[in-house]
Design a protein around this ligand. Structure first.
Ligand SMILES: [Fe+2]
Ligand SMILES: [Fe+2]
Length: 271
């Protein structure tokens, strides 16, 4: 089995279940050491996300809100929004492994492992959606994560933006959703959502940490300071950090952010 060619097929798979099945086969062969890295491979630029035939794509502000979480519709919207992030994250992890060729083997091990985590996250949310009588594709989605991957075509920028900005934003956002859910009257579905989000939050720390390792690697390879991080984020997200008042300091520190970085993000002394 060839590494880049197979990842390309998995990335291009049009349905979650085909993608996940192809990945399962690939991952078993990969772990057994039977995958060959092609010496030269011309990677494709994707002009559409893989879910384009499954989900209706709308601008981020038009994605249905998750306002009332005691209702079935509110729960479906919430679960769908997070399932979509996880589904997009499968492709982001795979694309990170696919696009940047000729790196140390550990780099590929790391992002293939992340893709495997994202698949589990997606499946656990999809299961809850199904329990509510819904499925992935039922609610409009935005393609901001796909666009972020399209825009970042160097390892340095990709690691700064995808794990160290987007996935790190999740570390701040998930505890806020959990707090909201914990305040609601107890019910079985709410409890299941809370348990699932706890697992995801816990595992996402490691994804950001892997991003930190490879971001620093890319900085060293390019002979630049890791302070370039803020310049890159400012270039793509001039609005800055989404929740400067609610940074998850503990999780972010565990994931490799320095106090200096956290204080800059928060525009104050938080660490
Ligand atoms: Fe995830
Ligand atoms: Fe992740």
């Amino acid at each position: 089995m060839n590494f880049y060619k197979e990842l390309e097929l998995i990335l291009e798979a049009k349905s979650p279940h085909v993608k996940i099945e192809l990945f399962g086969t690939f991952y078993n062969v990969y772990k057994s050491g039977q995958v060959d890295f092609e010496k030269e491979y011309k990677t494709k630029n994707f002009d559409q996300p893989s879910y384009v035939h499954l989900c209706k794509i709308v601008p981020p502000q038009d994605v249905p809100r998750r306002s009332n979480l005691t209702t079935k519709d509110g729960q479906i919207n919430l679960l769908h929004a997070i399932a979509h992030i996880e589904y997009s994250a499968i492709d982001l992890a795979l694309d990170g492994a696919y696009r940047f060729t000729g790196l140390p083997k550990q780099y590929y091990d790391d992002w293939i492992e992340v893709a495997d985590d994202e698949i589990r996250h997606f499946l656990s949310l999809e299961k809850l959606l199904n329990e509510l009588g819904a499925k992935y594709g039922d609610v409009e989605v935005h393609n901001a994560l796909f666009e972020a991957s399209q825009k970042t075509q160097t390892l340095l920028e990709r690691m700064a933006v995808v794990p160290r900005y987007l996935e790190a934003n999740g570390l701040d956002a998930t505890p806020m959703i959990l707090t909201k859910l914990q305040k609601l009257p107890k019910n079985e579905m709410i409890e299941k959502i809370i348990r699932t989000l706890h697992v995801i939050l816990d595992e996402e720390i490691d994804h950001v940490k892997k991003g930190d390792v490879w971001f620093n690697y890319a900085c060293a390879e390019n002979g630049v300071s890791n302070e370039l991080y803020f310049e890159i984020i400012n270039k793509y997200y001039p609005q800055g950090f989404l929740r400067p008042k609610n940074l998850n300091i503990t999780a972010r520190k565990e994931a490799g952010f320095s106090c200096k970085e956290l204080n800059t993000m928060a525009k104050g002394n938080v660490c």
